[in-house]
Design a protein around this ligand. Sequence first.
Ligand SMILES: [Zn+2]
Ligand SMILES: [Zn+2]
Ligand SMILES: [Zn+2]
Ligand SMILES: [Zn+2]
Ligand SMILES: [Zn+2]
Length: 403
Amino acid sequence: MADDRNSICKERVQSSIEEEYLCPLCYNLLLKPVECNNCQRVFCKQCIDKCLKAKPNLCPFCENYQEKRCSPMFYALLCKLKIECINKPNGCDQVLLYELIEEHETNKCLDQMKQCRGCLKNILKRDLDQHEATCDQIEIQCVKCSLIRKQNSKHDQFDCLSNKQVLLEQKIQQNEEQNKTLINKIQMAVKQLEIHNIENQQKIKQLEIANAESQEMIKCLKNELQWNDKFSKSDFIDELKKQISLSLLIEPFHGDIKTNIPLALLPQWHIIYDQLYSHKTTINEFHALLPKCSVNIIVGAISKNSPTVLSLAACGPKDILSLNTLLNQPFKHDNVYWYLTPTKSFGFSPTSVIKQESPDIVSDQGYKRLSWYLDSYGGYRVGNIINLTTSGDWRKVILSEKV
Ligand SMILES: [Zn+2]
Ligand SMILES: [Zn+2]
Ligand SMILES: [Zn+2]
Ligand SMILES: [Zn+2]
Ligand SMILES: [Zn+2]
């Protein structure tokens, strides 16, 4: 069997040894022994591993391999064996115990062969340092110029300087290339910045336009606010009141019978006839009023309790004061039915149906009916309030437009 670092042939063992100390696979002395738990055979660790790698779990003898450490007793016997150094042919005469032989052969033995780092020749370890100190294949590095050279080659000060120069020139070239790429990068960046700058200026312009527009809007809003301030709410209401009273002036009753009209809403009208309901009105009184009237007149009643309000009133042409209607046949003007029947009664009604039992006594829409006796008693009704012929609480009034 070949004898290498990983095996110990039995010839190197100093005493005669039993078969059981030999590996059944390599027939050398057991090295790092392990045991098959099934058949109790002991192998070199590396030998059985080689087998198991080819056929896993297959013991070459029992076919059912289960590894365990070999017994301490057995190992202790192995350790008592004395073994010659493998380098005996080179001159080593050391004999060592089983446990120490590996350490000696791989590290300590000066008669082992080592390879020169320069010429790669195998040299005895004891001669290696001296050999490498003079071997012309060994490479060294100059500490001044960093040149790596064979240690025996010529390298004087001039060589060193010229090498330094070469290195410097290379470095300069490298730097120039780096500078070129840097300059390129900077130029690219400058270009991009210029593009950004243009874009930003465009944005600024847009913002300036938007700003101007906003300012214009603010101006408009300010103007609107000032206008609103000038034309405040109260002003607006005053204006509305004027408009309302004006419309009332132009057509105060819209051709209808009205209730509860404040006299303040009739600034262009003045009272030309004002008597208590207990007063006995005559046709002659009406005829005497005619010259005081302009175009239209208002006929109505005012309560003592609210003396500034016409409780019930209607508007018509002044001619109604000279009417002469037959009994229960009123005269229609707009939506008002007027009647003036001598010795009977004067008044108005919202419908054509009236019943002059002297005054009109109809109760349908009675709240819009006014009726005064003529030439006999006082006033009869204000709407649904009746039998007022002796009343001092109600006034009969006739108004005319101021000329
Ligand atoms: Zn073996
Ligand atoms: Zn086995
Ligand atoms: Zn040795
Ligand atoms: Zn060498
Ligand atoms: Zn140098």
